[in-house]
Design a protein around this ligand. Structure first.
Ligand SMILES: [Zn+2]
Length: 142
């Protein structure tokens, strides 16, 4: 598990900052106003947590503070996918990827890329995935 895991509310903030930066807490709050109805104090608390986690940088400009991202969006998405995969038995990953695909709206070109990836992975896929769980944390036979 990554220690700097981003909570759902923090994701809302990060997405604003990835889109526009540097940006002030007031500007972030204005962008999220209709979607979240957070008070400025709430937004500031969330920003403070993200600064503490090392995910946002702060720069003082006169009386204001401006925030910028210290991690990329791609990096953060990849880490949260890693965290999700770490939470399950390796034997359950294939079915979970299937669930993600089933639940997702994906374009024809996305599907073509997936198709190519599946063909490539098929070439050296194991016949069966081995469980590497701690005994007692899944029902695989060890
Ligand atoms: Zn297992």
């Amino acid at each position: 598990m990554h220690e700097n895991q981003i909570s759902p509310s923090e994701w809302e903030i990060m997405r604003v900052v990835w889109t526009t930066h540097p940006i002030t807490s007031k500007e972030i709050n204005d962008i999220l106003k209709e979607k979240k109805e957070w008070k400025l104090a709430t937004t500031k608390t969330l920003i403070g947590r993200l600064v503490k986690k090392g995910l946002l940088s702060t720069e003082q400009k006169g009386r204001k503070y401006e925030y910028s991202p210290l991690v990329s969006e791609k990096e953060s998405i990849d880490e949260s996918i890693d965290d999700l995969l770490d939470q399950m038995c390796d034997t359950k990953v294939g079915r979970s990827v299937e669930t993600i695909l089933e639940k997702s709206v994906v374009s024809k070109s996305d599907l073509e890329r997936l198709e190519a990836l599946i063909e490539k992975k098929k070439a050296d896929a194991p016949k069966e995935v081995k469980c590497t769980c701690t005994p007692g944390q899944c029902s695989c036979v060890h």
